[in-house]
Write a protein that binds this ligand. Structure first.
Ligand SMILES: Cc1ncc(COP(=O)(O)OP(=O)(O)O)c(N)n1
Ligand SMILES: Cc1ncsc1CCOP(=O)(O)O
Ligand SMILES: [Mg+2]
Length: 508
């Protein structure tokens, strides 16, 4: 079942597009509206220009007056404050100044300052040059208000003054824009000569670098891809996805649309992306492209792990003592985890060994959290590791010993990156608020969970975090194969009844 992505008030989040009208509706505000609708946000518009164009090019432009643009923005600000503002074509320096001034005010005065995604439409993908010299001069004021800039190769080269003949120059160009006050740059590689067969995108905010790749699609037309990508990014950010998640959603949305460019040459708008083939590959320090980009973040190499004997791992208690392991195995639990925190190997070894032995006796899938060396040493069914654990664990050893591996993930990006390691299961969390573990992020909720489950429907998936008995049914309806719980069992007045109730839910 797919749950709706909506605000606490039951509304679609609000975004704005400040953009030009494209008469053929493949790009500009028309593309933004179609994208926003597909990605389940409400999109208000402030029109910067009316253009006459088709996929062959732009034949006329009539910019809005600065007063008219300002009036549109004032009208929207009064009743529809935006969570994210997407900026597209701004036909003149005066309009750039109006937008930069207004956004500076919103950022300074709104209770929830908007995020700004700016697609610097200097050259449309159809080839028409919409840039004006004085527009370039006005741009720095807008760049200073921009959270993510989404230039294509030629826009990036023009704005930074750096030719893009190498990875080093691409990075240099992005660094130059960060210096101008842009918080992050997402350089779109669709037109990059560096990797002709791969549509490669490079994101940096000066702290982290993300490289996403997809096979290049030989589409007859790419009109509107830039606008669509930026508005898809804005839409995903409006749903509170992390930046890295929003990037992969946007790239997948454009990719699926490009595969089905319409007979008239416009990108297709096909709804929320759900098919894994349309999602990009996440490059890492170990991959060919990752090496080319000098990605530093340590990330393990992919190794094939033993598979779980089922995709439906069912009720999955996560407990911190051998006593609980024994009690629950005696109740018939078949998937279980020993999760002891903050002790030395020597302190936990006896408990780990005892739990593993009990797992074998009951023919249960016994996972050890964190202590992977002890799990290997004593032959556990599997190991559970989080994102940070992956940076230090030796996955080759875990795989070579025939243990299963479960990995924690917290969104699309981590899910895709984890799936590239082909673990035995993937955990998705935290779904609801929890007091059991300090979580740096917000709970994911059912709407996001149902989308992850749809994307990875052939994979053993485990949902975790704040799942109590009343919520377990809805979590199960999202399509996961397992419900992992701590307090729902350990703090239940009657743990036997709680297990029975959970078992009844997962057998539906
Ligand atoms: C099934 C399952 N999912 C997630 C976790 C959390 O693992 P991790 O992120 O490594 O955090 P700690 O549990 O180690 O605090 C888990 N243990 N089990
Ligand atoms: C270990 C862990 N990882 C993500 S949430 C969580 C704790 C889940 O505990 P509870 O079921 O009591 O909310
Ligand atoms: Mg851990």
């Amino acid at each position: 079942m797919k749950f709706k992505l909506e605000t606490a008030e039951g509304l679609r989040p609000q975004i704005w597009t400040i953009a030009g009208s494209d008469s053929c509706a493949g790009a500009g505000l028309q593309a933004d509206l179609l994208t926003a609708h597909d990605l389940e946000v409400e999109c208000a518009t402030a029109v910067t220009a009316i253009t006459a164009q088709n996929i062959k090019g732009v034949t006329a432009i009539q910019p809005s007056s600065p007063e008219l643009l300002a009036a549109q923005l004032d009208a929207l600000a009064a009743t529809n404050p935006a969570k994210v503002i997407k900026i597209g074509m701004l036909g003149s320096a005066e309009l750039v100044r109006v937008v930069a001034d207004k956004i500076a005010t919103y950022k300074a005065t709104w209770a929830e300052p908007p995020l700004v995604v700016c697609d610097p439409v200097l050259v449309a993908s159809s080839g028409a040059n919409l840039a004006l010299d004085d527009l370039m001069q006005a741009l720095p004021a807008l760049l200073a208000q921009t959270d993510v800039l989404t230039p294509n190769a030629s826009e990036l080269a023009t704005l930074s003054g750096v030719a893009l003949n190498s990875v080093a120059e691409l990075k240099q160009a992005c660094a130059a824009l960060l210096k101008q006050g842009v918080k992050a740059v997402w350089a779109k590689g669709g037109h990059l000569a560096l990797t002709p067969k791969i549509a490669l995108d490079y994101f940096t905010d000066g702290q982290r670098e993300i490289v996403l790749s997809s096979a290049m699609i030989d589409a007859p037309h790419t009109h509107g891809t830039g606008c669509t990508l930026a508005s898809a990014l804005a839409s995903a950010l409006a749903h509170d996805f992390f930046m890295e998640d929003a990037l992969v959603i946007a790239k997948a949305y454009v990719y699926q649309g490009l595969k089905q460019v319409t007979g008239r040459g416009n990108l297709a708008h096909l709804g929320w992306p759900t098919e894994r083939v349309n999602f990009p590959r996440v490059e890492s320090a170990q991959t060919e492209l990752g090496k080319q980009f000098g990605l530093g973040e340590s990330w393990p190499e992919a190794v094939p792990f033993a598979r779980c004997d089922t995709n439906k791992l069912g009720v999955y208690p996560v407990v911190d003592s051998v006593e609980w392991i024994e009690r629950l195995l005696n109740m018939g639990i078949k998937t279980i985890q020993l999760r002891i925190k903050d002790k030395t190997d020597a302190e936990v070894e006896a408990d780990v060994k005892r739990a593993i032995d009990l797992g074998h006796q009951h023919q249960a899938r016994l996972f050890i959290n964190d202590y992977w060396q002890l799990a290997v040493k004593h032959g556990a069914y599997g190991v559970h590791l989080g994102q940070e654990d992956l940076e230090v664990a030796d996955l080759q050893k875990i795989a070579a010993a025939g243990l299963r591996l479960g990995i924690s993930t917290h969104g699309y990006f981590e899910l895709l990156r984890a799936s590239q390691l082909q673990p035995s299961y993937i955990a998705l969390g935290h779904i609801f608020p929890t007091t059991t573990k300090d979580m740096p992020s917000k709970p994911q909720g059912l709407a996001k969970l149902s989308r992850y489950a749809q994307l990875m429907q052939d994979y053993p998936l485990v949902a975790i975090g704040g799942i109590d008995l009343p919520r377990a049914k809805q979590v199960w309806q999202c399509g996961v194969g397992s419900v992992a719980v701590v307090r729902a069992i350990t703090e239940a007045a009657d743990p036997v009844a709680a297990v029975a109730e959970l078992e009844a839910i997962v057998s539906q």
